[in-house]
Design a protein around this ligand. Structure first.
Ligand code: HEC
Ligand code: HEC
Length: 243
């Protein structure tokens, strides 16, 4: 394949499935959101109890990092949890939590966590993660899949939708780079088993269908510590910093 053909085929999923699949995030009040995050609201407990004071998530209980995630995506997850389109069967709390909040609370808390500084490297303590019973994969093999996919096995390159090193492409595509290891593994397995099925057009279910367990550990090993990165000359050759 010529580089142009490769680009075309790697972008095909996004082109076909429509990049701006969702309306823009309506906005929210981050100051109110901070209050919800730190103190809870109504019967809903403070988010920091599980997601951490800095909203960076916790591998010990399988919670995701929310800090720096795109707000439209956070908002959509709360809408989906409230409607039981996505089930939290890790701690069985997010469906009740989301339902205990108003539409405005969803927007405010999304605006707050999104406003937190993007901070990385080595977020997950891999030794701990292993102690929790999660095998560690190959960072190199994970990076290969993120950048190139494996067309022979029907696995598309993750970056075509999630952006360079998983830095996210708002509004539809969440940040996956710098996400917690345990959470990444859990979600990829849930997409593969179709237990999680709130992805627009079934995009992630189609992606995860052909992933092996090793692929999942490799992907999570790379993504959890993937530098957000600016576009480098060496990267341009692989067209990996188009966005
Ligand atoms: C008792 C623990 C607990 C509390 C309290 C909690 N969460 Fe969660 N949250 C979780 C768990 C566990 C998950 C992962 C669910 C899964 O595995 O699918 C999660 C997932 C999420 C997600 C999905 C993120 C993503 O990347 O898709 C959002 C958004 C979220 N929580 C927001 C909140 C907000 C806002 C609050 C406070 C109002 C809150 N959570 C309070 C445990 C908690
Ligand atoms: C065709 C576009 C597309 C491709 C290619 C793609 N994804 Fe996704 N992915 C999505 C969308 C859209 C969502 C958000 C689903 C939702 O709204 O709940 C998502 C969500 C996710 C999530 C959940 C994030 C969270 O915070 O819960 C993970 C993890 C993920 N993708 C990993 C990957 C990996 C790894 C690859 C490559 C093997 C990949 N994705 C390739 C479209 C894509």
């Amino acid at each position: 394949m010529t580089p142009m053909q490769r680009l075309f085929f790697s972008l095909l999923p996004c082109l076909l499935l429509g990049l701006p699949a969702h309306a823009a995030f309506p906005g929210g009040n981050a100051a109110y959101g901070e209050r919800i995050f730190m103190q809870g609201i109504n019967q809903v407990p403070a988010c920091h109890n599980c997601h951490g004071k800095d909203a960076m998530g916790d591998d010990a209980i399988g919670t995701p990092r929310l800090a720096g995630q795109n707000p439209a995506y956070i908002y959509k997850q709360l809408v989906d949890f409230a409607a039981n389109r996505r089930m939290d069967n890790t701690m069985y709390v997010m469906n009740t939590n989301a339902r205990g909040m108003s539409e405005r609370d969803w927007r405010d808390v999304a605006a707050y966590v999104a406003s937190l500084e993007y901070r990385l490297v080595g977020l997950s303590d891999m030794q701990r993660v292993e102690e929790y019973g999660y095998p560690i994969g190959s960072r190199y093999d994970g990076r290969q899949l993120v950048l190139h996919g494996d067309p022979a096995r029907g696995i598309p390159a993750c970056y075509t939708c999630h952006g360079y090193n998983g830095r996210g492409l708002p509004d539809t595509y969440p940040m996956t780079g710098g996400q917690r290891y345990v959470y990444l593994v859990n979600q990829l397995k849930k997409w593969r088993s179709k237990e999680r099925h709130n992805d627009p057009e079934g995009m992630m279910r189609a992606v995860a269908e052909n992933l092996s367990d090793d692929d999942i550990y490799n992907l999570a090993t790379f993504l959890t510590s993937a530098p957000r990165g600016e576009c480098k000359e060496s990267c341009k050759a692989f067209l990996c910093c188009v966005w």
